[in-house]
Design a protein around this ligand. Structure first.
Ligand code: PLP
Length: 456
């Protein structure tokens, strides 16, 4: 009897699934036709207003049907992404976008073929990691501290980080670099189809992580004219029922912008009001040339603060960073880390422990001085830029043309800089110059930039 019932239900569910598939195929055909019309009319594939109307209609229907709204939105998000992909397929493909890392790879290839390059494209300090870090690393080897550790990090290091931050140990996770902290926060907290808001120009990893797990990114664009200040009412207008996280980064890569406490407080309030996670990437917190304002001070329980040893202590290749969040969030991030890497290498955790007692202020002063030097040279060249108040970069506006042809001809002349469009689609009129090299090298690089711009 029960068996017959089960068979009949299974038969019905197969039928409903087939109907859904049929309807999805019909939807895709319609999307293709819409794409053709848009192409003829020469209008963008993406239309946020229409998307929002569809979203509201689906929410209403889900309410009437008694369907879980989150689930309905996730399904819709998958359908919208597929429509977009189908419509974009008919378009002439744009030139593939290059990030600063792509240019770095190209510069490396040129070096292999014997060309001399000046590297102003990556944010990698040229000064050494502290001596004590090297000593701790060899001590760890001698005392055989090279085993698997707790996934969230060795207790000593978590305790030390917790003590500095004024939080509990269960609010800390040690990660293989700030990048993996960003990844495990997004992968651990966001489901496919849900949405993340980023503020561009931005380090591309937030968008890349979101896309990797099948989430969607909504972008708040900031402008040179408004000194890269986020428009907070616009930020709030981007929030919809599918939004789960806002990702921010101050001091900012690539603009060098920092925000005041009032702006940060308003961003925290928007996250709080809409019950969103707030991912605050603060890997450049030490490189704030005025007072630094971080998200931790607001005590918002859905915030995740990402930090790194890479920039502060020149430890990029050690691959170690950390995040601070509520114990519940840390548990979710730890699950991702357990699946992906087991733990950060034990000797590296001991090395990081040593770094924590070092004073990084000389590094910070050096970068600040170099940035001033770059700014004065750019001023002499008549280039416009917003003066950086933090991080390691200047993001000048090109006087004409697009970033990629200029970046390519600079590469041929032996200078690598990052194209502005690697930090957001709207920024091909900018380039990013990293101040991580000595002044004489910066001067030679900027002389190449100046001569290429003059010759163009
Ligand atoms: N966050 C930002 C804004 C960065 O610019 C970078 C590196 O350039 C990172 C995070 C990653 O740093 P890590 O080396 O700790 O992964």
């Amino acid at each position: 009897m029960e068996k017959d019932n089960l068979d009949s239900l299974r038969q019905q569910i197969r039928g409903v699934t087939a109907e859904i598939m049929q309807k999805i195929q019909e939807r895709m055909d319609l999307a293709r036709q819409i794409g053709d019309v848009k192409n003829k009319m020469n209008i963008d594939v993406k239309d946020e207003k229409v998307e929002q109307e569809v979203r509201l209609a689906v929410m209403k229907q889900a309410g009437e049907l008694g369907m879980d709204k989150d689930f309905a939105l996730r399904l819709l998000s998958i359908l919208l992404s597929e429509s977009e992909a189908v419509q974009a397929r008919g378009r002439k493909s744009a030139a593939p976008k290059q990030t600063h890392l792509g240019i770095f790879q190209k510069a490396r290839q040129l070096e292999e073929s014997g060309k001399k390059m000046i590297h102003l494209e990556v944010g990698e300090p040229d000064y050494p990691a502290p001596e004590s870090v090297g000593n701790a690393l060899s001590d760890a080897f001698r005392s055989k501290k090279y085993h698997y550790t707790e996934t969230a990090g060795i207790p000593q290091l978590r305790n030390a980080i917790a003590q500095i931050a004024g939080v509990g140990r269960d609010e800390v996770i040690v990660t293989p670099g700030g990048r993996f902290a960003v990844f495990s926060a997004i992968a651990g907290l966001i489901k496919p189809g849900q949405e993340i808001i980023t503020i561009e120009p931005a380090w591309p990893a937030y968008r890349e992580c979101a896309e990797f797990i099948g989430a969607k990114t909504r972008v708040l664009r900031t402008t040179f004219e408004s000194q890269w200040t986020p428009d907070l009412s616009e930020l709030e207008s981007l929030v919809n029922e599918g939004t789960k996280m806002i990702a921010i980064n101050y001091p900012n890569n690539p603009t060098g912008k920092t925000v005041d406490r009032k702006t940060l407080s308003a961003i925290v309030s928007i996250a709080q009001k809409h019950d969103l996670y707030l991912l605050s990437d603060e890997v450049y917190s030490e490189y704030a040339f005025g007072q630094f304002h971080g998200v931790l001070g607001f005590g918002y329980e859905k915030s995740i603060v990402v930090s790194s040893f890479s920039k502060t202590y020149a430890m990029t290749g050690f691959r170690i960073g950390h995040a601070i969040a509520s114990p519940d969030i840390i548990k979710k991030m730890t699950k991702v880390q357990a699946v992906g890497v087991t733990s950060v290498a034990e000797p590296i955790q001991h090395a990081a422990m040593a770094a924590l007692s070092e004073d990084a202020s000389a590094n910070v002063r050096l970068v600040e001085k170099r940035l001033k030097f770059v700014c004065s040279k750019l001023d002499q060249m008549g280039l416009k830029f917003v003066k950086p108040t933090g991080a390691m970069y200047v993001y000048p506006q090109l006087p004409f043309g697009e970033d990629m042809p200029i970046v390519e001809s600079l590469l041929e002349r032996g200078l690598a800089i990052a194209p502005g469009s690697g930090f957001g689609d709207s920024y091909s009129g900018f380039v990013r110059i990293s101040a991580c090299r000595p002044e004489d090298e910066l001067a030679r690089g900027l002389e190449i930039l100046s001569s290429v711009l003059r010759a163009a």
